[in-house]
Design a protein around this ligand. Sequence first.
Ligand SMILES: *[C@@H]1O[C@H](CO)[C@@H](O)[C@H](O)[C@H]1NC(C)=O
Ligand SMILES: *[C@@H]1O[C@H](CO)[C@@H](O)[C@H](O)[C@H]1NC(C)=O
Ligand SMILES: *[C@@H]1O[C@H](CO)[C@@H](O)[C@H](O)[C@H]1NC(C)=O
Ligand SMILES: *[C@@H]1O[C@H](CO)[C@@H](O)[C@H](O)[C@H]1NC(C)=O
Ligand SMILES: *[C@@H]1O[C@H](CO)[C@@H](O)[C@H](O)[C@H]1NC(C)=O
Ligand SMILES: *[C@@H]1O[C@H](CO)[C@@H](O)[C@H](O)[C@H]1NC(C)=O
Ligand SMILES: *[C@@H]1O[C@H](CO)[C@@H](O)[C@H](O)[C@H]1NC(C)=O
Length: 284
Amino acid sequence: MLSLLMSMILVVQTIAVMELQVPDQPVVALHGEDVTLNCSFSHSNPFNLSDLSVFWQLTDTKRSVHGYRDGHDQLADQAESFANRTSLFSTQLGTGNASLLLRRVAVADEGSYTCFVRVRDYSIAALLLQVAAPYSKPVVTLEPESNLRPGDEVALTCVAYSGYPVGDVIWQDGSGRNLTDNITTSVVANEEGLFTMTSILTAVLEPNSTYSCRLINPLLGEEGYAFVTITGQNVKFPAVALWVTIGLAVCLLVLLVALAAVCRRKIKESCEEARREAMTLLKS
Ligand SMILES: *[C@@H]1O[C@H](CO)[C@@H](O)[C@H](O)[C@H]1NC(C)=O
Ligand SMILES: *[C@@H]1O[C@H](CO)[C@@H](O)[C@H](O)[C@H]1NC(C)=O
Ligand SMILES: *[C@@H]1O[C@H](CO)[C@@H](O)[C@H](O)[C@H]1NC(C)=O
Ligand SMILES: *[C@@H]1O[C@H](CO)[C@@H](O)[C@H](O)[C@H]1NC(C)=O
Ligand SMILES: *[C@@H]1O[C@H](CO)[C@@H](O)[C@H](O)[C@H]1NC(C)=O
Ligand SMILES: *[C@@H]1O[C@H](CO)[C@@H](O)[C@H](O)[C@H]1NC(C)=O
Ligand SMILES: *[C@@H]1O[C@H](CO)[C@@H](O)[C@H](O)[C@H]1NC(C)=O
C-alpha cells in the first residue's frame, strides 16, 4: 500500500518535473554577428502559450536579458545593453523551443546566461557565451631599419589588431626554433573591448636570419603569420668603416711606394759608394 503510494508520487513527480536542455559546452559567437542561445524544454502535453513564462537573465548579476509572460514579451526591466537586440522564436515556443536570439554580439556580452522556463512547473539551466573576433594579419617591422651590422641589437615588432580574446604569440627563427628570450607582449583594448596585440622581440643580429611571428586565437584556432628576413640588403657596410678602410689602403699604398723609392735610392747609393771605393782602391 505504502509502496504503491510511493510509486504514484514518483510518477506524479516525473510528469511534473520539466527538463531543460542547454548546450553544456560554451557557445562561441563572433563579435558583431548574431547568435542563438539554445534552450529547449520538454512538455508531455500540449499547453496554452498564455501559461508559458520564459526568462533569460545574466547568471551573475540577475539582470534581465529577455522576458516572456502571458503570451507577450516583457521587456520593461530589460537591461539597457540588450535593448533591441533580443528575441525569442515566437512560432517555436509551442514546440518547446525557448532559445534566445541575440543580435550584434559584443565583447561585453560574454558570460553566463540563465534560461528559466515555467509552464506549470519550472526549471532553470545556465550556459556560457564566449565571444571571439579574428585578429588582423600580423605585421612585423624592424627597428632600426638600415645600416645594420651583424652583432647589432635589433627590435622586431609584431602587431595585430581587433581580435578577441588574447592570442598566443610565438616567435620562431628560420629553422622553426622557438625564440623564447627577450620577448615583451602587450595587450591594449579599444572601446569595443577588442585587443591590439604588440609583441617585441629583441635579438642580436646575424646575417641571413629570418624571424617569424605567429598569432593564434585560442577560440578560433586561427593563425596569423608574418616574417622578416634580414639579408645583405639590410646589413650594409657602414659608411665610417668604409672610409677608414679606403683611407688605410691609400696610406698603405703611399707607404709602399715611398719605401720602394727609398730602397731604390739606397741601393743606388750603396752601388755608387762601392764603385767609388773600388776607384779609390784602383788609384792607390
Ligand atoms: C541549437 O540547436 C540546434 C537544433 O537542435 C542545433 O542544430 C544547433 O547546433 C544548436 N546550436 C548550438 C550553439 O548549440
Ligand atoms: C529554436 O528555433 C530556432 C529557429 O527556428 C532554431 O534556429 C534553433 O536551432 C532552435 N533551437 C532548438 C534547441 O531547437
Ligand atoms: C489559452 O488561455 C486563454 C486565457 O487563459 C484562453 O482564453 C484560451 O481559450 C486558451 N486557449 C486554449 C487553446 O486553451
Ligand atoms: C530601440 O529601438 C527603438 C525603436 O526603434 C528606439 O527608439 C530606441 O532608441 C532603441 N534603443 C536602443 C538602445 O537602441
Ligand atoms: C614552439 O612553441 C609552440 C607553442 O608553444 C609549440 O607548439 C611548438 O612545439 C614549439 N616548437 C619547438 C621547436 O619548441
Ligand atoms: C636578452 O637581452 C639581454 C639584454 O638586452 C642580452 O644581454 C641577452 O643576450 C639577450 N638574450 C638573447 C637570447 O637575445
Ligand atoms: C645568404 O643567403 C643567400 C641566399 O640564400 C646566400 O646566397 C648567401 O651565401 C647567404 N650568406 C650568408 C652569409 O650566409
